[in-house]
Design a protein around this ligand. Structure first.
Ligand code: ME8
Length: 503
């Protein structure tokens, strides 16, 4: 039996204005999911859309259509974008799916009957765009600490979730499971800034709008959108549904990948809901940083976004995927600009990777009509090069296990750099001048092809299209991650993988 790996992105607010920042979480999750599949895990990779709440209700009203018509239309935009980005998700959940709505109602009733949800009166400050409640101490000059827009005071009869009851249990859990909240800095922030000062019970129903999941025993209330949204990670697997086999197979999640601004919901509210339901907690919540432009988060509300499809059309999908995965040390914020994108394309993709593949295949075709086997005429320069090829898989695996994605890519590109250096050191064009060196020349090209093959297989998780193109050009589909001594190559024609971009 394969080991399982359940990985999720947040479910996105449906929008016609997705930007490269949104693609960030999804591209990273996709690379991790692909890598785990390559390692033989039974992977469930889930994404979806978060479709309830006042914001959607207001937008639908503005467009003169019902909220359901509005979301049905706009959800297509996320699916289309993920297809454009070749995201290999296994499950797509919409919070308007019947299976989700019914399970949320059952969860609400269960927690109410258990006494963990109770009725009270809510007075507080609400940010409609973020669907977030804030306390007086959290708001900044009357504005939402996340998006900077005005918060409004609301008073209404409401249901509350007893976060306070589980505070000690949560701290205990976080402290005894150091891998639960990552990176470490986010864990300290959650404990010191949010949990230790004291958890207030959370308002989990609203009466001021209707676009949400009804509280079954008190129909003027709809379930608070975050409570509704967080449960997606289990309702999609059939929890409390007719068939919960996937839930039994995949839960607990191995990794919830989320942006840093929503770590709070995923490491306080969500674990407490799970504790109240007597369910195991996810193994890890990783809070990544933001893509920023001129120091500011890319965001539709700040207006500094562009459609990611524009960049993809201009530079190619794998170039965008590479930039996102490579440029930002995972966990930190990273700056997005077209200049740095172009610099990465030119130095890493066109020069390092593209040239290597093209030069090697051209030499193989020129000197041996494309048919290459290992003549095993080795030299001292071969040893370090071949060792680095053979160590590569372990290195990449080790880095991916720690979610050091940029470093995993760096290891692959380091081997590609060494391969280019190996060409300079072995000078095949000089070997080609002497008949006696023919077998040495073939060995050199063979070693290069093996390094390209291994790098291409490892690039499958990060640059799936490019990986396929390379394997097609070297025309070899052996999936061994180690140097093979008796492989046989019948090369295809080289064609440039990435064009250098002149300013
Ligand atoms: O938060 N850089 O949805 P969302 C990096 N529906 N990541 C960014 C980003 C940027 N500039 N802008 C957005 C929600 N993101 C809720 C989630 S889960 C139960 C409910 C990321 O559409 C953001 O950090 O606002 C988040 O991880 C994801 O996009 C979806 O954001």
């Amino acid at each position: 039996m394969n080991k399982k790996f359940y990985i999720t992105t947040p479910i996105y607010y449906p929008s016609a204005n997705f930007h490269i920042g949104h693609c960030y979480t999804t591209i990273i999750a996709d690379a991790i999911a692909r890598f785990k599949r390559q390692q033989g895990y039974d992977v469930c990779f889930q994404t979806g859309t978060d479709e309830h709440g006042q914001k959607i209700e207001n937008k639908a009203k503005e467009s003169g259509i019902s909220p359901k018509e509005y979301v049905d239309h706009i959800v297509k935009n996320s699916k289309d974008l993920w297809d454009y980005l070749d995201i290999s998700y296994d499950k797509f959940i919409r919070t308007t799916d019947a299976i989700h709505e019914q399970a949320v109602q059952k969860i609400f009733v269960q927690l109410y009957e258990k006494g963990d949800i109770y009725k009270g009166e809510y007075r507080g400050l609400y940010c409609t765009p973020c669907e977030s409640f804030w306390t007086e101490t959290q708001v900044v000059d009357g504005n939402c600490p996340d998006c900077g827009r005005e918060v409004h005071e609301v008073t209404e009869e409401a249901y509350f979730l007893k976060l306070s009851k589980y505070q000690d249990q949560l701290v205990e859990y976080i402290e005894s499971h150091p891998e639960f909240i990552q990176p470490e800095s986010r864990k300290n922030e959650m404990i010191n800034n949010f949990i230790k000062p004291g958890l207030e019970d959370l308002c989990v129903s609203r009466t001021s709008f209707t676009w949400g999941i009804q509280v079954p025993f008190d129909k003027k209330h709809v379930v608070y959108v975050w409570l509704d949204a967080l449960t997606n990670y289990i309702t999609s697997l059939g929890y409390l549904g007719n068939d919960d086999s996937e839930f039994r197979k995949y839960w607990p999640a191995d990794l919830h990948l989320v942006g840093k601004e929503i770590v709070r919901f995923h490491t306080i509210v969500w674990p407490i809901m799970l504790m109240a339901l007597n369910l195991p907690l996810p193994k890890q919540v990783f809070g990544h940083g933001w893509l920023v432009v001129n120091g500011e988060k890319i965001s539709k509300s700040l207006g500094n976004y562009r459609d990611p499809r524009e960049y993809i059309d201009k530079y190619g999908l794998d170039a965008i995927r590479y930039f996102v995965l490579r440029e930002v040390p995972f966990g930190n914020d990273g700056s997005f600009s077209e200049d740095s994108l172009v610099a990465r394309i030119n130095s890493d993709l066109a020069n390092n990777l593209g040239n290597l593949v093209q030069r090697t295949i051209s030499m193989g075709n020129k000197y041996f009509s494309g048919i290459i086997t290992n003549k095993n005429v080795i030299d001292t320069v071969d040893e370090t090069f071949l060792n680095s090829i053979n160590d590569l898989y372990d290195e990449v695996e080790n880095k991916m296990n720690q979610l050091h994605i940029s470093e995993a890519l760096e290891s692959i590109f380091e081997v590609l750099r060494k391969a280019n250096k190996y060409i300079d050191e072995t000078t095949p064009w000089i070997l080609a001048k002497e008949e006696t060196q023919k077998q040495r020349l073939e060995t050199v090209i063979y070693n290069l092809l093996e390094s390209i093959r291994i790098c291409a297989i490892l690039l499958q998780s990060f640059l799936p299209t490019t990986s396929k193109k390379i394997l097609k050009q070297i025309n070899n589909n052996k999936v061994d991650f180690q140097f093979i001594f008796d492989n046989e190559y019948q090369l295809g024609n080289p064609s440039p993988l990435f064009q250098r971009i002149e300013k």
